[in-house]
Write a protein that binds this ligand. Structure first.
Ligand SMILES: Cc1cc2nc3c(=O)[nH]c(=O)nc-3n(C[C@H](O)[C@H](O)[C@H](O)COP(=O)(O)O)c2cc1C
Length: 185
């Protein structure tokens, strides 16, 4: 099985992006196993903390990225950009020796209630991964627009994605990730 790590850019329990992550295994190509990453609820990056030794939570996340053949980042957009906890996690991992995103196949997905579906956060992530030399899937892009209407709801929380056109584009995106992993493997 090809192990792929899914990192959620939202910390909240009823996150639509976490619901999207949990909908992915059913849409993955044969041979791809998608596992959820450890939490990105990390201390704010501070060189003084780094100098005293990387916290175990950072090392565990870096090991998880390193141990996966590919990464899926599924995130909301905050104020037209990358949510602070996700940027902070990337900043931490960028300081780990042999930073784990280098040459790593990565695909980006976002979900938001608006009509752009988090697109602007994705483009900022693409820019960040230029410096970190992550290998990003170019297309098809997965931006889940009007996300509030596309998930089954249980107790006011989104659960499973139930929009067929969105499922179709996700299948294509994950297949593209599998091809990128095979090409770079
Ligand atoms: C601080 C903050 C900033 C936000 N900025 C944006 C934004 O720029 N664009 C957008 O589409 N939604 C924005 N939203 C709304 C989020 O897309 C929405 O809350 C979404 O459900 C968050 O994802 P989650 O459900 O996975 O936590 C913002 C929400 C917060 C809390």
């Amino acid at each position: 099985m090809t192990k792929v790590l899914a990192i959620c850019g939202s910390l909240r329990k009823a996150s639509v992006n976490r619901a999207l992550i949990r909908s992915l295994p059913a849409l993955a190509p044969e041979g791809m196993e998608i596992v959820e990453a450890p939490s990105i609820d990390l201390p704010l990056y501070n060189f003084d903390i780094q100098a005293a030794g990387f916290p175990d939570t950072i090392t565990a996340l870096a090991d998880a990225v390193r141990g996966a053949a590919g990464v899926i980042i599924v995130t909301p957009e905050y104020n037209y950009s990358v949510p602070a906890p996700l940027k902070n996690a990337i900043d931490w991992l960028s300081r780990v020796p042999n930073q784990p995103f280098q040459n790593k196949p990565i695909t980006l997905m976002s979900a938001a209630p608006g009509i752009l579906g988090g697109a602007r956060a994705q483009y900022h992530l693409r820019q960040i991964f230029i410096f970190l030399e992550g290998m990003i899937v170019n297309r098809p892009e997965v931006m889940v627009t009007m996300a509030g209407t596309k998930f089954e709801m249980v107790d006011n929380a989104p659960t499973v994605l139930n929009d067929q056109p969105t499922k179709d584009v996700i299948k294509q995106n994950l297949a593209a990730l599998a091809r990128l992993i095979a090409r770079l493997g």
